[in-house]
Design a protein around this ligand. Structure first.
Ligand SMILES: [Fe+2]
Length: 239
């Protein structure tokens, strides 16, 4: 990695933060820190489970947190009530380190509902928008399917933070409220599968046989990126 490469950290719940919460380890969420090595500024993606632990990670690296990005509104990404468990997330972050929060504009209401934040706390973004953190450019890609406002982040044109849209060898569920199989098919095959092969996929959960993979590998091996028609894809998803 050259000196000009963005600052990029992949942190696993239950291992790198959230170690005292066994539920965090079971859910295997990845949180990402993305920023600029020169300006020492970074943003955090989906800060849930252990906000002090995540802020410690930022501080240990000598970085300053300047924003939070949301892939989608589920409580294991943004905090809130998950199966009766109170999960830390954006509300704790707003109290401890108030920074601008970015969610896809269709997801803002859901984020506020799940976290208790108000709509003025969350900035809505659209596909094609970008955020510059120092010299690190983060492009927003709207990928509905898992939820209506799910989004992915393309960092420096080289790293894809995919939330619960695309996993190593799998894709996100479409049977939860707001899920839509046809939209997921479009997001995977018409948006993510069209990104270059050398982009590296960084998913929202550690569900695969490795924590990241070149998108080219996924295009060859992940059946959910390969179907030739919506009917094929729906058959795969159903079976
Ligand atoms: Fe999710």
């Amino acid at each position: 990695m050259s000196d000009t490469a963005p600052y990029f950290r992949q942190l696993l719940a239950g291992r790198d933060f959230g170690r005292v919460n066994p539920f965090a380890g079971q859910m295997a969420n990845f949180v990402y820190l993305i920023g600029d090595r020169e300006s020492r500024e970074c943003v955090v993606v989906d800060p849930a489970w252990d906000v002090p632990g995540l802020l410690d990670a930022v501080e240990r690296d000598g970085m300053k947190l300047v924003g939070a990005l949301v892939t989608h509104y589920h409580p294991d990404e943004v905090g809130g009530d998950l199966f009766g468990h109170a999960i830390q997330g954006l509300a704790e972050l707003a109290a401890r380190a108030p920074v601008r929060i970015y969610a896809q504009k269709e997801e803002v209401d859901g984020v506020c509902f799940v976290t208790g934040l108000s709509s003025t706390d969350v900035t809505g973004v659209e596909s094609g928008d970008h955020l510059d953190v120092g010299a690190a450019r983060i492009q927003f890609i709207h990928t509905p399917g898992h939820t209506p406002g799910s989004q992915c982040f393309l960092v420096g044109g080289k790293s894809l933070v995919s939330g619960d849209t695309l996993f190593i060898g799998a894709c996100g569920r479409v049977d939860l409220p707001g899920g839509d199989p046809e939209q997921m098919y479009e997001s995977l095959t018409q948006k993510l599968a069209k990104l270059p092969d050398d982009v590296v996929l960084y998913p929202g959960h550690d569900y695969g046989d490795r924590p990241s993979a070149p998108l080219g590998d996924e295009k060859r091996t992940n059946v959910f990126l390969k179907p030739r028609s919506l009917q094929d894809w729906l058959r795969l998803r159903g079976g």
